[in-house]
Ligand binder design. Structure first.
Ligand SMILES: NC(=O)c1ccc[n+]([C@@H]2O[C@H](COP(=O)([O-])OP(=O)(O)OC[C@H]3O[C@@H](n4cnc5c(N)ncnc54)[C@H](OP(=O)(O)O)[C@@H]3O)[C@@H](O)[C@H]2O)c1
Length: 333
């Protein structure tokens, strides 16, 4: 009797973090046991794992919620189902899937996920693109549609459109009939934001760029602003937004002093989002919206750079310190 090599496999390679610290605390370990799914879990053979800014905050030990050590970082992966728990009925071995969160970490050859935070990957998308859906597109959908309540015909400013979440916001807003202004900090980023459908692109490192945005809105301002760096831009957003505008804060890396008076005359709303704060109903809504995007073909993740597992430390350094995002960073397994 012949037994396939994969059927015998019990060990895997993954990143392990034994202490919080700089990127160098991520070590590749080769002899880790492949986990087994419990009743509601799915075992996924990972093809690629998304690298998100939050992975670096968690690794550094500065994030509010800290995992027990040692742990494997990473939450969104693209891969193929290897095994399912006894109560999982909506996935089977061989399905191409993406995750929004994993139970055992994405930076490894295999991971366990909960079926409620896993989705079927459309055939149009590669497994690498699958690793670029979970955190960016669900966050973007939550910001633009669930919290931002975007309406067809409105103007949206995606303040930081060249990164993973920003590009997803642009695609979601265009698909819902909004006029999109997207910002980036480099010519490559501006070209990319334009190529995926933004109507107007503006360099957020340019002089007086907020004036350009106001002019692009005919002298008023955006109805909805999705903000990727609120500690730098919140005051500008409050100045730019139109009457009853909504500012949705997705990213923030520090403190800022603003005059609350700026919200009064125009009756502005400022709302923060936290993807993992979503209710069960909102997860359903987001899954449905993302599925529509894949089926209709407008959801197209753009991979900025792919690294090997050995290069995870470089990827963590780049996502925080390199200016000039051009989409999602992933690790290829
Ligand atoms: N709230 C949540 O649940 C949630 C979920 C996911 C992500 N996030 C946060 O959202 C942010 C974006 O995540 P990401 O994965 O898209 O990161 P990313 O791929 O690294 O993108 C960062 C974006 O910020 C832009 N940026 C840099 N300086 C800026 C400035 N002065 N003004 C406006 N934009 C600026 C970058 O543009 P250039 O590089 O072209 O300058 C790029 O478009 C991060 O802070 C992340 O932690 C929050």
């Amino acid at each position: 009797m012949s037994v396939s090599r994969s059927a015998c496999r019990t060990m895997m390679k993954a990143i392990r973090v034994a202490q919080f610290g700089g990127p160098e605390v991520m070590k590749v370990e080769a002899n880790l046991t492949i986990p087994k799914p419990s009743e509601k879990q799915i075992l996924i053979k990972v093809a690629a794992a998304g690298v998100n800014p939050v992975d670096t905050y968690i690794r550094a030990g500065t994030y509010a919620k800290k995992p027990a050590l040692p742990y494997t970082p990473g939450s969104d992966v693209g891969g193929v189902v290897e095994d399912v728990g006894s109560e999982v009925t909506n996935f089977k071995k061989g399905d191409r899937v993406f995750t929004v969160r994993t139970d055992t970490g994405g930076y490894g050859e295999y991971t366990l996920s909960d079926s409620s935070l896993t989705g079927v990957l459309d055939d149009k998308l590669s497994l690498e693109q699958g690793a670029a859906i979970g955190v960016p597109y669900f966050t973007a959908y939550r910001a633009v549609i669930v919290m931002g309540k975007a309406q067809k015909g409105e103007t949206i400013l995606v303040h930081g459109a060249s990164g993973a979440v920003g590009l997803a916001c642009v695609q979601i807003a265009k698909a819902h009939g909004l006029r999109v202004i997207g910002t980036a900090g480099t010519p490559e980023g501006l070209d990319l934001v334009s190529s995926i459908g933004a109507d107007v692109v503006v360099n957020h490192r340019g002089d007086n760029y907020t004036q350009t945005i106001t002019e692009a809105c005919g002298g008023s301002g955006p109805n909805l602003i999705i903000e990727m760096l609120a500690n730098v831009n919140l005051e500008k957003d409050l100045q730019m937004a139109t009457q009853r505008g909504r500012v949705i804060i997705v990213g923030c890396r520090g403190t800022v002093e603003i005059s609350p008076r700026l919200t009064m005359g125009k009756e502005l709303t400022v709302q923060g989002v936290m993807l993992m704060g979503s209710t069960a109903e909102e997860w359903k809504q987001m899954h449905a919206g993302i599925k529509d995007g894949m089926t209709e073909g407008w959801l197209k993740p753009h991979i900025g750079h792919a690294y090997s597992l050995d290069e995870a430390a470089q990827a963590h350094n780049d996502i925080i310190n390199t200016k000039g995002a051009t989409g999602k960073l992933i690790l290829k397994l």
